[in-house]
Design a protein around this ligand. Structure first.
Ligand SMILES: C[S@@+](CC[C@H](N)C(=O)[O-])C[C@H]1O[C@@H](n2cnc3c(N)ncnc32)[C@H](O)[C@@H]1O
Length: 374
């Protein structure tokens, strides 16, 4: 516990060697800043406390500022110090100091990802809103976008960061061109993929092999029918019992025919038969998903005989049958491809004359597997 100290008393031994602006102009480390701030908590007078914190200012602002923030590995240092200096009461200032000390010294996680909640401000690349608009797909590295019906890499990127930790295992039972597997490699997660189309698996495997594997993770794409695949055996072949995330991007029934194989969900004979096959994949994969972890379904709707078929929601209901709790629904835009741009006017005319709306969105359904007994 921090003992009370008279205002203006001397600096304790732990940080006596560091007074901002004096001895050390460079090479400050986290610990010195933490100690300096923690020491400020002893001040019982707001003016003196601010005076002490303000001594950090020359290092936070202007040219020197970067250095200190960067050395602390915390770019929001400046913002947080401003908040302390703007405080109107001693209690508030102390609260902000304690929070900043935590940001610099403690790692707080929800247990399913590597996000440090004490430094949540740093993660401005992670989307937390339920509307995702991507105007351009990520086409870097092996993400060539060669596969008709693939998803934008930003989807698995967001999902993997949010729902896995480094070293976790991700399963994609409709792997297609391997977009999620490539993201796994980039983000240091192990990836298992299955796809029914042999030619797709061949080409995707070649692309995946080209992706630099900086974290040395395992990534495997197999040919198989996910309605009957033995995911336990696949996991065991890698020495694991469970995966920590399932990402699914099935065909949207028959909108795109992916191949001639009868087991291909895009060749189902009716919506009901499609949903039944899809349900089998959910069942098969759920048995290897660790309790309490996430299954993410990317799905869209379709028109049939002038009627909007809410396929996405029908699939959503199917997942819920297998012990999953729906935690979020994200709506994502369809970005304009050249082919779509060429057809835009035609579709607009059809929409105006037929009284319907042109699909511009799909869904990302987020489910959490219930823990046993829940
Ligand atoms: C919408 S695509 C997935 C695209 C993938 N997310 C990507 O970015 O490339 C659906 C995939 O499911 C595959 N598929 C269809 N039925 C399947 C089944 N029964 N088992 C495994 N894969 C299947 C198709 O071959 C197709 O590659």
């Amino acid at each position: 516990m921090i003992s009370r100290m008279r205002r203006g008393s001397h600096t304790p031994a732990s940080n006596r060697n560091w007074i901002p602006g004096k001895e050390n102009r460079s090479g400050q480390n986290n610990q010195l800043i933490i100690d300096y701030l923690a020491e400020s908590l002893r001040y019982e007078d707001l003016k003196f406390l601010k005076g002490r914190v303000r001594k950090l200012e020359p290092f936070i602002r202007g040219n020197k500022s970067r250095r200190l923030g960067e050395e602390a590995g915390y770019p929001y240092l400046r913002e947080d110090l401003d908040q302390i200096l703007d405080s109107r009461t001693l209690e508030r200032a102390r609260h902000y100091i304690k929070r900043l000390v935590k940001s610099l010294s403690e790692f707080k996680t929800n247990g399913i990802n590597d996000i440090n909640l004490n430094r949540w401000k740093e993660y401005d690349d992670i989307i937390t809103d339920s509307l995702w608009i991507f105007n351009r797909r990520d086409t870097s590295g092996s993400h060539l976008g060669w596969y008709w019906g693939n998803f934008v890499p930003q989807i698995p990127h967001q999902i993997i960061l949010r729902f896995t930790k480094r070293g976790d295992w991700v399963l994609d039972p409709f792997a297609g061109s391997g977009t999620s597997l490539i993201e796994c490699i980039r983000l240091g997660r192990n990836g298992l993929g299955v796809d029914i189309s042999p030619s797709t698996v061949r080409r995707a495997s070649a692309m995946i092999a080209k992706e630099p594997n900086l974290f040395g993770v395992t990534c495997e794409l197999r040919k198989g029918d996910s309605t009957t695949a033995d995911f336990h055996r696949i996991c065991l072949s890698h020495g694991i019992k469970n995966v920590q995330l399932v990402i699914m991007h099935p065909p949207y029934f028959d909108i795109i025919k992916f191949g001639k194989n009868k087991g291909d969900l895009s060749n189902a004979t009716s919506v009901n038969s499609f949903l039944e096959k899809f349900g089998k994949v959910v069942k098969q994969t759920s048995t290897v998903l660790e309790d309490g972890r996430y299954l993410v379904l990317v799905a869209g709707d379709k028109y049939q005989d002038g009627e909007w078929v809410p396929l996405g929601f029908q699939m959503m209901e199917e997942v819920k049958k297998y012990g999953f709790k729906l935690t979020s629904i994200v709506v994502k835009n369809f970005e304009d491809t050249r082919a779509k741009r060429d057809q835009k006017e035609l579709w607009r005319y059809r929409a105006l004359s037929g009284g319907f709306y042109v699909f511009k969105h799909e869904y990302i359904f987020i489910f959490r597997k219930r823990k046993k007994g829940n």
